[in-house]
Design a protein around this ligand. Structure first.
Ligand code: AMP
Length: 405
């Protein structure tokens, strides 16, 4: 597999798939968080510094799923034009824009680029061929560059035209991961293929159903699995423990029991909360109590892990050499229920300082480490929510395979 660092882009036109699916203000369409744009800069700058030209493509939202009332595409909302100004500022150059991502006009624009110039093409998802992974559409995209670089890890789990299919029109010497994608894949592979032991996976969040595949796969490789958040209650109820009004997926009780059994069979320590903070309603100003998980009064619900659980989880984390964290330990968006998530974040940061390798990924755990300003105290924060989850579920990501083959 080729590496971006080994490619000299001088005189070449690189077609780069980035993830510019950034949040926009609903009224003004101003970018409210430019993290994803910044994340793509090292790759773009490397190509420009070599003396190459860059054609950038990305999706933004789901324009074909959110059509106007008359069935037309809402161009105003989903156009990548919203990105041009910020990107130009960040690159310190005037970024050109093409009103479509395929066709003779954009092709001519791409072909007329000179060294150091950047062209951003319109939202790939304006075409149905994108999400369907249509070959003809992918081939049309491929004409925009001499070399294909994929730097969009966030969409690597989709076999879309611009993330996967397009790669087949470039031979092994003319395609590579960008820096962001390279780091994501290398760090994720390090955790899954060569974790230094003990390897602890911390899995939290609302629902077991979202995390069951990742837990099942981790049972094959982890020494410890720590469970927190709303999903704990399906495990507790499955063992006959009364959980009051806590979140529960009754159709997943069987699976929870199977996971508990499998953990025993495989000698994996699976930790479930022993105490928790309960509330009389789902509200930041609810009345709260700390109880053992065996003592949840009827009508109350568990919204965070308790002090004994924090102590237990912290000691497991501190003794770990590899840590994977996905999902909060409680309703961390409300101050009254954020101590568990914060304590786990601090424990992961401390273990990292003591030499452990820690990877945090998935939307809400990333939000949590950022909220507690611990993002630079863990080894790696993954930007790819769904892609990262699917990777740790043991799936092959089509966008990764398309480059590695
Ligand atoms: P997920 O997207 O599955 O990682 O879930 C994250 C969401 O789970 C966050 O919005 C949390 O507020 C929520 N959550 C965590 N713990 C609980 C809990 N005990 N009860 C209800 N929701 C929870």
């Amino acid at each position: 597999m080729n590496q971006i660092d080994f490619i000299n882009f001088k005189g070449k036109r690189a077609l780069v798939r980035v993830d510019f699916n950034v949040p926009l203000d609903k009224e003004t369409y101003e970018i409210t968080d430019d993290t994803r744009i910044r994340a793509a800069l090292p790759t773009i700058k490397k190509i420009l510094q070599d003396g190459g030209a860059v054609v950038l493509m990305s999706h933004l939202g789901r324009p074909l799923k959110k059509l106007n009332d008359d069935g037309s595409i809402n161009h105003e909302k989903f156009t990548l034009k919203h990105i041009v100004k910020r990107l130009s500022e960040l690159l310190n150059t005037d970024v050109q824009f093409a009103n479509d991502c395929i066709g003779s006009e954009v092709l001519a624009q791409a072909q007329s680029l000179t060294s150091g110039q950047v062209l951003l093409v319109e939202n790939t998802r304006f075409h149905k061929g994108e999400e369907k992974g249509e070959e003809a559409f992918a081939q049309a995209l491929s004409q925009l560059g001499d070399i294909y670089i994929n730097d969009a890890f966030g969409t690597a789990h989709r076999a879309h035209a611009s993330t996967t299919i397009v790669a087949k029109y470039f031979d092994a010497d003319h395609k590579a991961f960008g820096y962001l994608m390279n780091a994501e894949v290398a760090n994720a592979e390090k955790v899954i293929h060569q974790p230094e032991k003990p390897f602890t996976a911390i899995i939290g969040g609302a629902k077991v159903s979202d995390k069951i595949l990742i837990i099942e796969n981790l049972l094959e490789i982890a020494n410890n699995i720590i469970i927190g958040g709303g999903m704990s209650y399906t495990f507790l109820k499955a063992q006959g423990i009364a959980i009051g009004n806590s979140l529960c997926e009754d159709d997943k009780l069987d699976i929870a029991l199977k996971v508990l059994q499998k953990a025993k069979d495989k000698n994996v320590n699976l930790y479930i909360p022993v105490d928790h903070i309960i509330a009389d309603k789902f509200d930041a100003a609810a009345q709260t109590q700390i109880t053992s998980v065996n003592n949840t009064p009827e009508g109350w619900m568990g919204l965070d892990i308790g002090p004994e659980t924090i102590k237990l989880y912290t000691s497991v984390i501190n003794a770990s050499k590899t840590i994977l964290w996905n999902g909060p330990m409680g309703v961390f968006e409300m101050e009254a229920f954020q101590k568990g998530t914060k304590s786990v974040a601090l424990a992961v940061a401390e273990a990292t300082q003591n030499g452990a390798f820690s990877l945090v990924g998935g939307g809400d755990s990333v939000a949590a480490v950022n909220l507690f300003q611990l993002g630079d105290k863990v080894s790696f924060v993954s930007t790819g929510g769904g892609a990262m989850l699917e990777f740790f579920e043991g799936k092959i990501l089509p966008g990764v395979a398309a480059i590695q083959q």
